[in-house]
Design a protein around this ligand. Structure first.
Ligand code: ZN
Length: 176
């Protein structure tokens, strides 16, 4: 994919990252089919393992994920994804986010989730995920509701991270 097809990734505190996204409808089919490969290319380039449409400024319920098992591409495109069940068992994993570059923290979430979504052909899909995929799904779906991983931390920790990020981005802008 040519570099020109890559999309700029929005950074905190862009208000689009705090917006609840709307469901993809039949009228969005062409836009979503064009957007999904560009989102995947942008995610691979970053590099990251997941990207939600609001992170590139499209306020639609669309997510791409690829954990790249064995470093081979295995892309998932999730249209209108929905978590329909979550385990009581919790798991803690370190998370980061392309919209909060350089920031990482341990986040506790359900260890297992059942996910339903539509694929690009409109087919109904369902999986039960655990491990890294379960974490990634929950992190990306949060984005569709304007929620960031730092929202799962204490206010003290969240504010510390956001202040640190703001400082780093300011320094980066100054040095650019
Ligand atoms: Zn993220």
């Amino acid at each position: 994919m040519p570099e020109t097809d890559l999309l700029p990734i929005l950074l905190v505190p862009d208000t689009r990252l705090r917006t609840k996204c709307r469901a993809v409808g039949p009228q969005d089919a062409d836009a979503v089919r064009a957007l999904a490969p560009r989102m995947l290319a942008t995610m691979y380039k970053a590099p990251g393992i997941g990207l939600a449409a609001p992170q590139v400024g499209d306020l639609l319920r669309l997510v791409v994920i690829d954990l790249q098992p064995d470093e081979k591409p295995d892309p998932m495109v999730l249209v209108n994804p929905e978590i329909v069940a979550a385990s009581e068992e919790l798991a803690t994993r370190e998370e980061g986010c392309l919209s909060l570059p350089g920031q990482y923290a341990d986040v506790t979430r359900p260890a297992k989730v059942k996910l339903r979504w539509l694929d690009l052909e409109g087919g109904k899909r369902e999986i039960t995920a655990d491990g890294l995929l379960a974490t990634c799904i929950q992190h990306e779906l949060d984005h569709l509701d304007g929620v960031l991983f730092v929202d799962h931390l204490s206010a003290l920790k969240r504010n510390m991270m956001l202040r640190k990020l703001a400082k780093e981005l300011k320094a980066r802008a100054r040095d650019a």
